[in-house]
Design a protein around this ligand. Structure first.
Ligand code: ZN
Ligand code: ZN
Length: 487
């Protein structure tokens, strides 16, 4: 029986383990990773300081998920080389069970260990291949590696600092989710099974200390110009395209990722605009311009990222030829891919392949939920049924599907209280792209000024309605019970 407490081999401070499933703990005083053995505590070496990732939950927080009590015991910080992300080790049912909790790309993921099940070796996995785990079939959406960069609190395993972790994420119908954790890919593995959930299912009491500096937490500071940009989606964004200077930066590390012009053009839907679609309130949080080569001609389009706390992210896409469309993510486990690559069936409908391409991000303004890079490319395939499109996007070991359907500009204009005869209704204007950017410098100054004023106005509104920890007004008071998901 491994010891339950002792002195840190690194500094002598007392170390105590809270739950039986914890194998290691990061000493809060000296940062040593301390592993408990039968004969005592062993020092595995110091971890790096934890990066100030935007975090919605913290070690020490307690809450309920679908009514089930949990406590956040520890956190592991990993990195693909593009900036860190967090996985939270949680105790369920007052220590009777444990699992992992993570937030990524607008969704929450919870998993628990599923021991005694055989899985294919890492090198046999392919994107969109199916893996049977117990009664259910799961489909691979991501195959990646990540480096353990830091950790805090207790951990359910021995995670060596700077070790490379191999893993795959899979989806199943009805929000099923699984992670195949191959550890350091030396033959052993662990399987974790769970589900994806929306924020309103979770209730959190903020008890743990926040790693983010409490001062001005309703702002994201641009590391290039020092400008404070109001947070529009709380602590959920990973990258910022600064509206003042155009610099793209990583929010956690404050590293500059790319330099671009401050404002290519005024977005048709200004960043920070609030709108309501089918009764759901959204806020426009980012504007992207993307493009692709079609038969030798470069074709570009615009994408607006809109976010709602209850349901996550949606897109409004402005195509210079076909107009506006509304796009939403699709669970790839719900697709019938038997006739790929010529046809995909979904929801009783058949979508025929239209084109394959390589799409590039040319410009980004506002806050985005992934490690966005200007110039990043994804391999795209579009499948059509009438005017509706199923799109497949693949990049660096990850595949995502989305569905888009046309929406008329007047509908968008009405939702966001924008003029119906405004620039959003003019499709021709979007085709000219950078070729038309011959406007005078006075015009640019005015555009930037307008953007600045909009952001200032949003900032003023937000500071009135919450305690400064989230622009979404999500968190009310420190320490009290809060709905992470609002109502
Ligand atoms: Zn210590
Ligand atoms: Zn800036």
């Amino acid at each position: 029986m491994a010891v339950n407490q002792g002195e840190c081999p690194g500094c002598g401070a007392p170390i105590q383990f809270g739950i039986g499933s914890s194998i290691a703990k990061v000493c809060e005083f000296c940062g040593s990773t301390v592993v408990r053995r039968d004969h005592g505590l062993q020092d595995l070496g110091k971890v790096a300081r934890i990066a100030n990732t935007p975090s919605l939950i913290a070690v020490g927080d307690e809450g309920t998920l679908g009514g089930r009590p949990f406590k956040v015991m520890g956190r592991v910080q990993l990195d693909h080389g593009q900036g860190p992300w967090d996985e939270y080790y949680v105790a369920f049912d007052y220590g009777q069970a444990w699992g992992w909790l993570a937030y990524a790309q607008g969704h929450w993921y919870v998993t628990q260990p599923y021991p005694g099940i055989a899985i294919p070796p890492y090198h046999m996995l392919r994107l969109e291949s199916d893996v049977v785990l117990g009664q259910a079939s799961y489909r691979v959406t991501e195959i990646k590696t990540g480096t353990v960069v830091s950790a805090e609190g207790e951990l359910p395993g021995v995670l060596r600092p700077q070790s490379q972790r191999y893993y795959a994420d899979l989806y199943a119908p009805q929000n099923g989710f699984a992670t195949l954790d191959y550890g350091e890919n030396t033959g052993s593995y662990e399987v974790f099974v769970g589900y994806i959930f929306d924020e309103p299912q979770m209730l959190v009491t903020q008890l743990g200390p926040r790693s983010i500096n409490k001062i001005k937490t309703d702002m994201i500071r641009c590391p290039n110009c020092g400008g404070d940009v109001p947070k529009l989606s709380g602590d959920r964004a990973l990258r910022l395209g600064c509206p003042y200077c155009g610099t793209v930066s990583d929010i956690a590390t404050q590293q500059i990722v790319a330099q671009q012009e401050a404002a290519m053009k005024m977005p048709d839907i200004p960043i920070g605009s609030h709108g309501t679609f089918e009764g759901v309130p959204y806020i426009c949080i980012a504007y992207l311009r993307r493009g692709a080569d079609f038969d030798g001609d470069y074709f570009s389009w615009e994408e607006y990222l809109i976010w709602s706390q209850g349901i996550g992210y949606r897109w409004l896409v402005k195509d210079p030829e076909s107009g506006w469309s509304w796009a939403m993510p699709v669970n790839l486990a719900d697709l019938d891919l038997a006739s790929m690559p010529s046809e995909v069936r979904w929801g009783g409908r058949s979508f025929r392949v239209r084109n394959r391409n390589s799409a590039r991000v040319d410009y980004v303004l506002g806050e985005v939920y992934w490690k966005c890079e200007v110039g990043e490319t994804t391999q795209t395939m579009d499948f059509v049924d009438g005017k509706d499109v199923l799109s497949r996007e693949e990049s660096s070991g990850e595949v995502k599907w989305s569905y888009s359907t046309p929406v008329a500009w007047p509908v968008i204009a009405q939702a966001f209280a924008l003029p119906v005869d405004g620039p959003g209704g003019q499709l021709a204007a979007a085709t000219s792209g950078s070729g038309s950017s011959s406007g005078s410098s006075t015009a640019w100054v005015l555009i930037v000024l307008v953007v600045v004023l909009i952001f200032c106005a949003i900032g003023a509104l937000d500071s009135d309605e919450d305690d400064g920890s989230s622009a979404g007004g999500t968190y009310r008071g420190g320490g009290g019970i809060i709905f992470v998901g609002g109502k």
